[in-house]
Design a binder for this molecule. Structure first.
Ligand SMILES: *Cc1c(COP(=O)(O)O)cnc(C)c1O
Length: 382
């Protein structure tokens, strides 16, 4: 079965009634047959819920993995993975990893004795150099936010495994429709399903997918022990969103290429960050490991000031100025004053986040309308 068909048929009709839409099992507990015997393994919804189970199986199927776990947000999924670590363990991560991942590693898990180092993983050698005998996780994001750096998943999986570490890949920016990290050697694929997977900006959700049975047992234990699980209604919204993932990603990709090509020719635009451009540093890696270049585009202005970026950001009519990404509608954000506000200006600029850098999450509207919107907003900036 092709991926497109799999996505549409992502959950099976309900066994009891034949309902085609997965029922929302809005229940906290389940009547048992006897104190030590449940109906089909359901006793309490923190441990297992049929709607959540359907969502977990759906995302596992898409990522090509055996086991799926659903959480109340992407960061709840991240937190659960990090609970596999013990004091003394180390993590090697991307230098522009998602801000929330950076925050939990450097302000929470550091207090429990977990040390994290951050390197530019777009050159795999930097990962190898940063690893020690204590490294348990290499934590990748590819592409990264907001400068869309690409890392070679297969090469880094080999490096991690040679040193006895696991590779975790945050696949939020592409979704399994465009990249499947487990097939490239990763041990765990992680998602903020808040973004492309659910796709409509109406739910917070997170997922983990993996193949190793012993690891799945540990995560089953940690998921139930920590309790940050995805609620039944949100599980249903995620499944509903996923059914159109294939169509949506196709349109996101088409529109993003059109937008990037428009931007590189514009006289007021300085740099354009998009893995689909042949001028992108790791374009060849992206072309090899992804089946599309995604819907995220970032660019900076020649007149590189926060004020000038602000003129653009307050002038768009179709692009909503908002955090988040991956929704059907287009979003625009300003890393310097939004997502990376707490990063010292010097550090921020050193990682390529210029004052005028603007991040677009290109939606599924018509490309003509989006380009027209960008054009009129650029007219208002200097
Ligand atoms: C949003 C995001 C997260 C965190 O997910 P939440 O659902 O907001 O908790 C993690 N990684 C990436 C790449 C993200 O964009």
């Amino acid at each position: 079965m092709t991926f497109e068909t799999k996505i549409v048929h992502i959950s099976q009709p309900d066994e009891l009634t034949g309902a085609l839409s997965t029922p929302i099992y809005q229940t906290s507990s389940y009547q048992q047959i006897s104190p030590d015997n449940t109906k089909n393994g359901f006793a309490y919804s923190r441990t297992a819920n049929p709607t959540r189970k359907a969502a977990e199986e759906a995302v596992a199927l898409l990522e090509g993995g055996r086991f799926g776990f659903a959480f109340a947000s992407g960061l709840a999924a991240t937190d659960c993975v990090l609970k596999l670590l013990s004091a003394g363990d180390e993590v090697v991560s991307v230098d522009d990893v998602y801000g929330g991942t950076y925050r939990i590693l450097t302000t929470v898990y550091n207090r429990f004795g977990v040390k994290s180092t951050f390197v530019d993983s777009s050159d795999a050698k930097n990962v190898e150099r940063a690893m020690t005998d204590k490294t348990r996780f290499v934590w990748l994001e590819t592409p990264t936010n907001p400068t869309l750096k690409i890392s070679d998943i297969k090469a880094i999986a080999d490096i991690a495994h040679a040193r006895g570490a696991m590779l975790v890949v945050d696949n939020t920016f592409l979704s399994p429709a465009l990249q499947r990290p487990l097939e490239l050697g990763a041990d765990i694929a992680l998602h903020s399903a808040t973004k492309y997977l659910s796709g409509h900006g109406d739910v917070l959700a997170g997922f983990l997918v993996l193949n190793d049975e012993a690891l799945a047992e540990q995560l089953t234990y940690l998921q139930n022990t920590s309790g940050g699980v995805l609620a039944p209604q949100d599980s249903w919204l995620t499944i509903r969103g996923i059914r159109t993932l294939s169509l949506r990603m196709k349109k996101h990709c088409e529109n993003a290429i059109r937008v990037a090509e428009y931007l590189i020719k514009h006289p007021k635009v300085d740099k354009v960050y998009f893995p689909g451009l042949t001028t992108h540093k790791n374009h060849d890696v992206a072309a090899r490991q992804q089946s599309g270049f995604g819907g995220m585009v970032a660019f900076s202005l020649k007149n590189d000031t926060i004020e000038n970026a602000s003129k653009f950001l307050t002038s768009t009519q179709i692009f909503f100025l908002a955090e988040s990404l991956g929704d059907v509608f287009s979003l625009v954000s300003h890393p310097a004053t939004m997502t990376h506000k707490s990063t010292p200006a010097e550090v921020r600029r050193a990682t390529g986040i210029q004052d005028s850098l603007i991040r677009l999450s290109v939606g599924i509207e018509s490309a003509e309308d989006l380009i027209e919107d960008i054009e009129q907003a650029l007219e208002k900036s200097n």
